[in-house]
Ligand binder design. Structure first.
Ligand SMILES: [Zn+2]
Length: 660
């Protein structure tokens, strides 16, 4: 599980434009040279349609004597009789002959679409503010340098594997030479598709000029035409470490190692080489993991790898590495594990919260079990509380186009997960640069009252607490492998809803345990309030990203964020004051946090969310989503104001630099 801060336009040119005309245009020449180089002959029918506004705007930008006069017939499509030729006595034959568009016009139209695509690509990129993650190994030992080299090489191969999973690997050939922004988009997003809030639903936003659609590499393309594909696949086919191949009549589960054998072996070789660089005295836990992981990449058996991984900790290794298929959020069914690398150094601050929280972990499970009640009963938990890590490099599924995973609890499956022996980390060096801090403050001050901002969280260590508790809470209460009538959450709720509920439990848990820590004397009431404030600003960030992806798939963190805000509003712990100015003195309409009312409101939500998971109560889960995400309750969230104010600042888009 990870925790993110804060991810029918068929072109029918016109009724009069026949296929034969479209074909003929391929050899047409004209005096009218388009201002933008056009891609290699994509089928016009596959291009998205320009709106009338865009058509006229772009015609002006390209200095074309064209104007779409009115959008009468065929709404949304330009018809020949709607095209007005500008100027005095300009010949229309260049563009229209009889009642059809000429091949020359079609070519110009394509170049207009290309310009619109390039605008969208630039907008997508501009929504991410390059934010540096730099690690200097100049003073490191030769052995450490060799380790870093081998792991960064493995990371490059992992990105290829991830691109194969995403279905984007073979699309790279679409890139036009001479348009660096398209290349930059593909490199940043690892796919040609757009991921930023303002452009992810824009049909023109694509690194490829021929606008390939999203087709996952994990299932046959024919399967993906069926909207209910995920519901129709058996548990065996939905195993996290297999791809689906074959036909709808005879589907086949193919292990990752069989599908992508040579690349996985190449990863294994790099990991073994990194292990070889380590001697026989120090870093033995890390060495054991490197060798175990190499074996995992050769066998597709991940249990022993997780054992070796869980045996590492902040005391026995200065490194943090997870190289494996893990998270499922990226793929249409939210069931298959995506390849990633998270490579980091242990932050020495790690031990501070560990020492505070470790003695309390069994109590934390106990109070949660009591709050939820039967059928859930407290387990013995041995969760290792989060290590702080300083990221060196993220790759594959761990490298987000914008924002970054700032906390993670793994593994998701198997004995180590079932027995609560997983490892949880918090990435402590991200968003700590001065620019990021200033933006975070401005965002909070644009939505909260001055009174609420008194508890704005400035303290670095404190600002990590809700993240640490979120990750810890994944291990408490009904977890990912908890079964009701022999069924796991994914089978009960469906993958996306199960992901949302697990994240809801974890994030609600983060708030729930804050007051417990105050009672235990670990936190003052003021510091508890600061963390509440921090968690709410986190919610605003995720609400600004929208509730659903372009294909209608729910965004789990956005759902959790909206549920929190709506719930706190209902409980009076949060109020919206429409006629008051926010703390920045500029924006009208603000949230006020009533800190003293938060604990009771959160207890209630924790109980509700915990019971849904403990009982496998799908109707209750759906009722909550119907109300707080899709219905009346969502009105309380004020998403328009949040979006407008949060999206003023580009999100961080992390760029990595490793020097030797
Ligand atoms: Zn989480």
């Amino acid at each position: 599980m990870k925790y993110l801060l804060l991810s029918g336009t068929i072109m029918i040119l016109a009724c009069g434009c026949t296929p034969s005309v479209l074909k003929a245009e391929k050899t047409a020449t004209s005096r009218e040279q388009p201002a933008v180089q056009t891609p290699a002959e994509p089928d016009l029918k596959q291009l998205p349609k320009l709106t009338r506004d865009d058509f006229n705007r772009i015609a002006a930008l390209m200095d074309l004597p064209l104007f779409w006069s009115r959008d009468g017939q065929n709404r949304g499509s330009l018809d020949p009789d709607e095209l007005c030729i500008l100027g005095v006595g300009t010949k229309s034959e260049h563009y229209i002959q009889g009642k059809v568009f000429t091949p020359n016009f079609s070519r110009i139209y394509r170049s207009m679409v290309e310009l619109r695509r390039r605008e969208a690509v630039a907008r997508e990129l501009d929504q991410g503010r390059p934010t540096l993650v730099h690690t200097d190994f100049k003073k490191a030992s030769d052995a450490d340098k060799a380790i870093v080299r081998h792991i960064t090489t493995a990371a490059r191969i992992i990105e290829e594997l991830y691109a194969l999973q995403e279905g984007s690997f073979h699309l790279k050939s679409c890139l036009l030479p001479g348009h660096p922004p398209s290349q930059a988009l593909f490199r940043r997003n690892q796919v040609p598709w757009c991921r930023a809030p303002e452009t992810e639903n824009d049909p023109f936003c694509n690194a490829c000029p021929d606008f390939p659609q999203k087709i996952s590499g994990l299932y046959p393309p024919t399967f993906q035409k069926d909207k209910d594909m995920c519901q129709k696949l058996s548990d065996e086919l939905l195993d996290p470490f297999v791809v689906v191949r074959g036909t709808p009549e005879k589907p086949e589960a193919v292990p990752y190692t069989k599908e992508w054998g040579p690349r996985m072996s190449a990863v294994a070789r790099e990991l073994k080489a990194a292990a070889t660089a380590i001697g026989d005295k120090e870093e033995q836990a890390f060495k054991a993991y490197l060798l175990a992981a190499a074996k995992g990449f050769e066998t597709n058996v991940w249990g022993p790898v997780d054992e070796a991984w869980a045996a590492m900790n902040a005391k026995n290794s200065k490194w943090y590495l997870r190289i494996a298929p893990d998270e499922v959020y990226f793929e249409p069914c939210s069931r298959k594990a995506g390849f990633h690398v998270s490579f980091a150094l242990i932050d020495p601050d790690s031990l501070y919260w560990q020492e505070k929280l470790t003695p309390l972990r069994q109590d934390m499970e106990k109070i949660l079990a009591e709050l939820i009640g039967p059928p859930y009963a407290a387990r013995k938990v041995s969760v290792h509380l989060p290590d702080f890590i300083q990221i060196v490099l993220n790759a594959g599924d761990a490298r987000s186009p914008m924002g970054a995973t700032i906390g993670q609890s793994l593994p998701n499956w198997g004995k180590v997960a079932e027995e609560g022996r997983g490892r949880t980390v918090v990435m402590s060096n991200l968003y700590t640069d001065p620019d990021s801090k200033a933006i975070h403050h401005e965002r909070a001050a644009s939505l909260l009252s001055a009174e609420s901002m008194k508890y704005y969280c400035e303290d670095q260590r404190l600002s990590l607490l809700d993240i640490i508790l979120h990750e810890a809470a994944h291990n408490f209460g009904p977890h990912s492998d908890y079964k009701v009538d022999g069924k796991r959450p994914g089978a009960i709720f469906g993958g996306p809803l199960a992901s949302t509920l697990e994240e809801l439990k974890a994030q609600t848990g983060a708030l729930y345990y804050l007051d417990f820590l105050r009672e235990k004397g670990v936190l003052t009431a003021e510091d508890r309030n600061r963390v509440y404030n921090h968690a709410l600003v986190w919610c605003f960030g995720h609400i600004s990203r929208g509730m659903f992806g372009p294909t209608g798939k729910p965004k789990p963190y956005s759902h959790v964020a909206a549920i929190h805000v709506a719930w706190l509003m209902r409980e009076g712990a949060l109020t919206w004051e429409a006629d008051q100015l926010a703390a920045n003195g500029k924006d009208q309409g603000r949230f006020s946090i009533h800190y003293d009312k938060i604990p009771a409101a959160v207890d209630k939500l924790m109980q509700h969310a915990g019971r849904i998971k403990a009982k496998g109560d799908k109707p209750a889960a759906e009722a909550m989503i119907d109300d707080l995400i899709k219905g009346q309750g969502y009105q309380l969230v004020h998403d328009q104001e949040i979006k407008e104010r949060i999206l003023r600042h580009p999100k961080a888009s992390f760029v990595y630099s490793v020097t030797f």
